[in-house]
Ligand binder design. Structure first.
Ligand code: FPP
Length: 247
């Protein structure tokens, strides 16, 4: 079967319809094991690779980049690993936001804030406020995020509105439902990248990924570079998306 020829970003003159890339940053632990280092170092190196992803996305001209930083299930990891990851996120919010802001990137955090510490919530709110008017790219960080939680919370909101007589059942459309999700106003991801060789969604953007393309680069997240980002985008550009219709 013929596969479409891969096109470079230069050849296509941009990324076309590709607006939103989402990444499941997997493999920090295996990277650490492979290098005979503690898991905490794997996560630290993983946070460094976040910079590569952001630069890759800016260079390609992508409008939205979503990073899966901490899932609702990650709370079940050993307490020391959870606190390492939270400390890393705090450090990231403290140090990197300046760079991100200078690059004209707007930051948005999605997920449940219920289990986050008050100081992290404060830092998130400050970072979102500081970068709110930036328009070069939106960086969405999924933190304490679980797609099933998000769908349940949207369902409860809509059911409450129906129960209160503010909305009729017929008014519940895909657009209304999308608006009730934490990703309100963020377009669905066109491309989802998951590193480390695993090929699953792990409770990430289940509703939003309905027509996403997937890329599974065979490398561990700390080794991810902006060239890997570009390679995934160029592979995407050669694909034929039909959204269920006939070509
Ligand atoms: C998966 O690797 C990665 C995570 C659970 C955390 C991702 C976090 C970072 C990349 C760093 C912080 C992020 C930001 C935005 C500053 P894993 O531990 O599941 O690896 P394994 O499957 O090899 O064990």
């Amino acid at each position: 079967m013929a596969t479409p020829a891969q096109k470079s970003i230069e050849e296509t003159g941009g990324v076309g319809s590709l607006k939103h890339v989402a990444i499941i940053m997997d493999g920090n632990g295996r990277w650490a094991t492979y290098h005979n280092k503690p898991r905490s170092l794997g996560h630290k190196k993983g946070a460094e690779a976040v910079r590569e992803a952001i630069e890759g996305a800016i260079n390609c001209g992508v409008e939205y980049l979503t990073l899966y930083a901490f899932s609702s299930e990650n709370w079940n990891r050993p307490a020391d690993e959870v606190s390492d990851l939270m400390a890393l996120l705090k450090l990231y919010l403290k140090r990197e936001i300046k760079t991100v802001h200078k690059q004209g990137v707007r930051l948005r955090i999605i997920g449940s804030r219920e289990r986050l510490s008050p100081d992290i919530i404060k830092m998130i709110e400050k970072a979102e406020e500081k970068t709110a008017s930036n328009d070069r790219m939106t960086l969405v960080i999924a933190l304490s995020y679980g797609s099933r939680d998000e769908i349940l919370s949207a369902t409860r909101r809509i059911a409450t509105a129906v129960g209160a007589g503010e909305m009729s059942l017929n008014e519940i459309t895909e657009a209304v439902f999308s608006k009730a999700l934490w990703t309100d106003s963020i377009p669905d991801p066109d491309l989802i990248i998951r590193t480390s060789g695993e090929q699953r969604l792990s409770n990430f953007l289940l509703w939003q990924a309905a027509y996403a393309e997937f890329s599974f680069p065979q490398l561990l997240w700390p080794d991810f570079t902006k060239d890997d980002f570009k390679a995934a985008v160029e592979d995407f550009l050669g694909r034929n998306r039909r959204f269920g219709a006939r070509p």
